[in-house]
Design a protein around this ligand. Structure first.
Ligand code: 5AD
Ligand code: SF4
Length: 482
């Protein structure tokens, strides 16, 4: 289905359920298998987990039946994401029963944090439950299980950023890498479970971020994506939760570093290193960030700017901190300062009390912005969120679905218009890998995050090449090396 890439899939779910398959530490005896679901942050966290356990003598394997330890890094953002994990647990159960009796099964990430000890009651085969801030404790927790006890650590921290841990790059292409810069979220959007599963927002020491980026350059990487639930809110003042900034000394406050300043420093590391970031929040994205993007050629012209609804009434109920006018004003500022900046969004249909009129406002906002890409979802009520406690999930599944299809169809029209505009132009493309459909073709991305497929000719993965666009679909550009 042509719009499969747009349905119920965050930008972050692109590599859904991928198992990590590099085998390091060949001589070690213990093997771990890690599967990740959900956002890019989860994939990045799995690399931190792999790093912690590699130091303990574990090596990673892609063959679950040979694993001593199986981890699933989970997502709670929508009910569907949780159902997927439950199905995987059933699968692990069958492996444990039929092929690999001694294997230890651990649940990591947001679902572990949300369900805590309940997981052990509900899913009998689970041995370890570990929340996103407790991965340093994994070696001790594994020992506990080896001693015959179940193990849980779901402590949420105000400080943990894993700043000193060098992620083991797993399942990647050796060209693009994620670098985490903030953890948690303080925005408290009423529909969102993240503040409860990932805790308070905190920023990572810029020195460790820059060190990691420099190492990636040395290792041959060509692009980094700076990650956080809300990157624009980055604020380093010596460590600690963002909410405690006001309690820091005047000296620490004066020496603090914002996202725009961090971006400026990272862009200067190497002019050939491409920089992306995700996710931006409209209520926190400042003009200073847009100006820094405009200043540096190596910061990609692409902003993922989730809007969630085009209706100011719904945005207020969602506690998004902006209205339609403010959001459109931000879009104008981006377009004025960075001509040809691609913009994508996340949108939710059928949020509590959403009327036909609200839905029409969403469609009309989409018409005004004409997003390059979009990630669209039906509202899924999450336990213990402010929306679940204070609002009625009163839009029927049928209407949610009908509205979802309408916005997806509108987005496909807009994506196609934007892609067609690129036909005839020549763009610099960073080659990321071999096309899934043809081994004679590479795929890569333009600065706008548009995927381009083209014949390999004499080029190599990791190179930046100039490609002339000759054709397109709503999802892919087709080009020829020029
Ligand atoms: N229901 C549906 N979609 C949600 N998102 C977050 N919480 C929910 C929910 N309860 C979407 C938002 C967010 C993206 C990552 O997932 O659009 O930006
Ligand atoms: Fe959730 Fe809102 Fe934070 Fe995004 S900004 S993670 S939607 S609370």
């Amino acid at each position: 289905m042509e719009f499969e890439h747009l349905i119920d899939k965050d930008i972050n779910e692109a590599k859904q359920g991928e198992a990590l398959s590099i085998t390091k530490n060949e001589n070690s005896t213990k093997k771990m298998y890690i599967e990740s679901y959900g956002c890019q942050m989860n994939f990045s966290d799995s690399e931190i987990v792999a790093s912690i356990l590699t130091k303990e003598g574990f090596s990673t394997t892609s063959d679950i039946s040979k694993a001593d330890l199986v981890f699933v890094n989970t997502c709670s953002i929508r009910e569907k994401a949780e159902k997927t994990v439950r199905k995987r647990l059933e699968f692990y159960n069958s492996i444990k029963r039929d092929k690999n009796k001694g294997m230890i099964v651990g649940v990591l990430g947001c679902m572990a944090e949300r369900l805590k000890e309940k997981f052990l009651e509900e899913e009998k085969l689970v041995d370890i439950v570990v929340g996103p801030d407790a991965y340093r404790d994994l070696p001790a927790l594994i020992n506990q299980v080896e001693d015959g006890r179940k193990a849980v650590n779901v402590f949420l921290s105000l400080e943990e950023t894993y700043a000193d841990i060098s992620p083991v790059r797993l399942g990647g292409n050796g060209v693009t890498a994620f670098v985490s810069i903030t953890r948690g979220c303080d925005n408290m959007c009423t529909f969102c479970v993240v503040p409860y599963t990932r805790g308070r927002e905190r920023s990572r020491n810029p020195e460790s971020i820059i060190k990691e980026c420099k190492q990636l350059v040395k290792d041959g990487y060509k692009e980094v994506t700076l990650l956080g639930q809300n990157v624009d809110s980055y604020l380093w003042y010596g460590g600690g939760a963002k909410k405690d900034f006001g309690k820091a000394s005047i000296r620490a406050q004066k020496k603090s570093l914002t996202f725009a300043q961090l971006l400026d420093k990272i862009a200067k590391i190497n002019p050939l290193l491409r920089i992306r970031f995700s996710t931006s929040n409209p209520q926190d994205m400042g003009l200073d960030v847009i100006d820094i993007m405009a200043k540096h050629d190596n910061i990609c012209n692409y902003i993922h700017l989730p809007v969630q609804s085009g209706s100011s009434r719904i945005l207020k109920l969602m506690n998004r901190g902006y209205d339609r006018k403010k959001y459109l004003n931000l879009i104008d500022n981006i377009k004025n300062r960075i001509p040809d900046c691609a913009i994508s969004m996340d949108m939710i249909t059928g949020f509590c009390s959403e009327t036909k009129k609200d839905h029409q406002e969403t469609l009309s906002l989409m018409d005004s912005v004409k997003y390059d890409y979009g990630y669209m979802f039906k509202y899924s009520e999450r336990p213990n969120t402010p929306a679940q406690r204070n609002l009625n999930d009163d839009i029927s599944e049928e209407i949610k679905q009908k509205r979802l299809v309408e916005i997806i169809e509108r987005q496909i029209e807009h994506s196609l218009i934007n892609m067609k505009k690129r036909v005839g132009n020549t763009y610099e493309v960073l080659i990321e890998g071999i096309s899934k459909k043809s081994k004679n073709h590479f795929y890569g991305r333009t600065t706008h995050n548009a995927t381009v497929v083209f014949e390999k000719e004499n080029t190599n993965i990791g190179e930046c090449v100039m490609v002339k666009i000759v054709d397109c679909t709503s999802a892919t550009l087709i080009g020829k090396i020029s």
